[in-house]
Each structure stands twice: as structure tokens, then as C-alpha cells.
Design a protein around this ligand. Structure first.
Ligand code: ZN
Ligand code: ZN
Length: 323
């Protein structure tokens, strides 16, 4: 936005050198995408970038000089002064000939000053935000996406659609689940449990559990939704006419075929208590515990784990609860 403001406030025939401490902004400003609608569809802050690009293009076609230079930020901290090997941009201060920033250089002093002004500006009232020119949609494409809540998609269109589609589905699960508790008060419906787990669970933890490719997504999603084809589940489906009954007939039992417990083979039974899998489970529990211990979170692990037989009891009794 600051780059756009600088361009808007400079006559297009006036040569300009602009100093910016954000590498990402400099890189994006260097891209010329007026003919690449696909690339623009993924750009965050699309409307603003469209305008910046058009301003820069206009200046180019008029032969007006526009220099965009990088200033390394916060070089008052000594550790930040030396230029990193990986750094591709050169700081506008010139690095004193030894790739090390000079904090007393006018560009650095100016950058600190601009930083302070920006912070002060952020606390103030947005000036002129009623002006159509400063609205997020000014500079948008001829067609743009708007969610029914009024939110305009300003970044990756695919990501925007995925995000809203996912939240629509979770909301539907919560609604259907809640409606079902009214007609079937005996147990908490799966859909509702899932929606609650989604709301109360930790998003980043969920993402890292989902990532490893060693286990197929198909398995993970089914396990997560509680619809793995267990004996208990299949036998229930076989009671009514349908594909399951065609395949398995009527005599498939609910009971776990792997152990002596003579209990229904449910997902909870497989993951938490089946004796036939106790060795696998012991190793998994030990490994998980080691990870938690390594991150110094043993206490949390004892509280929240549901993979040991103790934890399994809590899981079976209470399911998800909000802390
Ligand atoms: Zn510098
Ligand atoms: Zn079993």
C-alpha cells in the first residue's frame, strides 16, 4: 500500500527513487503481469498490485525513471548489519564496500524515520477511507469474487474457494448434527463430534499430523471421520439391503475377529484397546511420549493423550471437551 501511495503522490513525469525495506514488495513490483491473468489470480492484495503495476507501466511508457531500492531494516541491531550470503538484494547504503550496513547512512536514518511515522499512522483514524479510490476493490479485475458475507477475494482464488467451501461444510455438519441430537437424544452424532473436534482442536497440529505420506489420505480421512470399515460398521450396514449386504451377506458379525475380548470391533476398539494390536500401540505410545518429553511437555501429554489404555478410557467416555 505504501508503494502505491508513493506512486499516487508523485507526478508520472517526475523521476522517482523509492526506498523500501520489504524484499517481497520489491520482488513483486519487478514482475510484469499485465498479460498474465493466471499469475494475477494468485496474487495477495491483487487490486493494489494491479494499480501499482499500471502506474509503473505508465511511467515506463512515458520514459520516466523509477528506481525501487532495498533498504535493510533495523540495522541498529548489530547482528543484522552484515549482509547474509543468501541475500540477493544489495542494501541502498552500499554496504561500505564490505557487505555491512552503515546505520548512520541517510537511507537507514530515513527508513527508521519512515517506520516511526508508519507506526504512528497505524494508530490514527484511516484517512479518507470513504473515498472509492482507497477501497480494497479499487483496481480490481473486471470480475472478482465476493463471498456472501461481503468478503472480497483479494488473494489466491483457489485458496479462497477452498477455505469457504470447507467452512460451509463444517457448518452444515454442525447444523445437521445438532438437528439429529433433537430427534436422537441417546448419543452425540458423529457429525457434531467431528465439527466440535475441528473447532476445538489445534489447527497447526492437525496439519502436521495430516502431512506424512506414509499413510494414505484415504485412510486418514476415514479414520478422522470415524468411518473406517470396521466389523461393527459393516455389520450395521448389512442389516439393510444395499451394496454391503450384497458383498458380505447377512452373517458378518460385529465382534472383533482379532482378539478374545468378544466386543464389537469399533474404531475406538482398534485404536485404543484391542489386545491383538497392543504391541504396535505400545511402540506408538512410547514414541509419542518421547516426542512430547523432548519438547518438555510431559504434563500436557499426560492430560491429553488418548492412546494409552488410561487415555482410551477418557476418549471413550467423554470424547471432546472444551477446556
Ligand atoms: Zn544498508
Ligand atoms: Zn480386538
Amino acid at each position: 500500500m505504501a508503494l502505491l501511495q508513493a506512486l499516487r503522490n508523485t507526478h508520472t513525469m517526475t523521476p522517482a527513487d523509492i526506498y523500501i525495506d520489504n524484499e517481497g514488495v520489491i520482488r513483486t513490483a519487478g514482475k510484469q503481469r499485465h498479460n498474465d491473468v493466471r499469475a494475477r489470480m494468485k496474487q495477495g492484495g491483487r487490486a493494489i498490485w494491479n494499480r501499482i503495476e499500471q502506474m509503473l507501466r505508465l511511467r515506463r511508457t512515458q520514459g520516466t525513471h523509477t528506481g525501487i531500492h532495498w533498504v535493510h531494516s533495523h540495522v541498529d541491531e548489530e547482528t543484522r548489519r552484515a549482509w547474509k550470503e543468501t541475500c540477493q538484494l544489495e542494501c541502498a547504503c552500499g554496504g561500505q564496500g564490505r557487505r555491512e550496513c552503515d546505520p548512520t547512512h541517510p537511507h537507514h536514518l530515513g527508513n527508521e524515520q519512515a517506520d516511526k511515522c508508519a507506526k504512528r499512522g497505524m494508530r490514527g483514524e484511516p484517512e479518507g477511507s470513504h473515498r472509492p479510490q482507497l477501497r480494497a476493490t479499487a483496481g480490481e479485475e473486471e470480475f472478482y469474487l465476493r463471498h456472501e458475507s461481503g468478503e472480497v477475494c483479494q488473494g489466491d482464488i483457489v485458496g479462497f474457494m477452498k477455505k469457504h467451501e470447507a467452512s460451509r461444510r463444517v457448518a452444515a455438519m454442525r447444523e445437521e448434527g445438532t438437528a439429529r441430537t433433537k430427534t436422537h437424544p441417546e448419543g452425540q452424532p458423529r457429525k457434531l463430534r467431528w465439527a466440535q473436534a475441528e473447532a476445538w482442536g489445534d489447527k497447526s497440529l492437525r496439519a502436521s499430523v495430516r502431512k506424512p505420506a506414509a499413510v494414505t489420505s484415504r485412510f486418514k480421512v476415514r479414520a478422522w471421520a470415524g468411518v473406517l470399515p470396521t466389523y461393527s460398521d459393516i455389520s450395521k450396514k448389512c442389516m439393510a439391503p444395499g451394496p454391503d449386504r450384497e458383498v458380505y451377506g447377512e452373517d458378518i458379525g460385529r465382534v472383533c475377529p482379532s482378539c478374545e475380548a468378544a466386543v464389537p470391533e469399533t474404531q475406538e476398539h482398534i485404536f485404543c484397546s484391542c489386545d491383538a494390536l497392543s504391541a504396535v500401540r505400545r511402540v506408538a505410545v512410547r514414541k509419542a511420549k518421547e516426542l512430547w518429553t523432548r519438547s518438555k511437555s510431559e504434563v500436557e501429554w499426560q492430560q491429553y493423550e488418548w492412546v494409552s489404555s488410561e487415555g482410551a478410557k477418557r476418549y471413550a467416555q467423554g470424547g471432546w471437551k472444551q477446556e
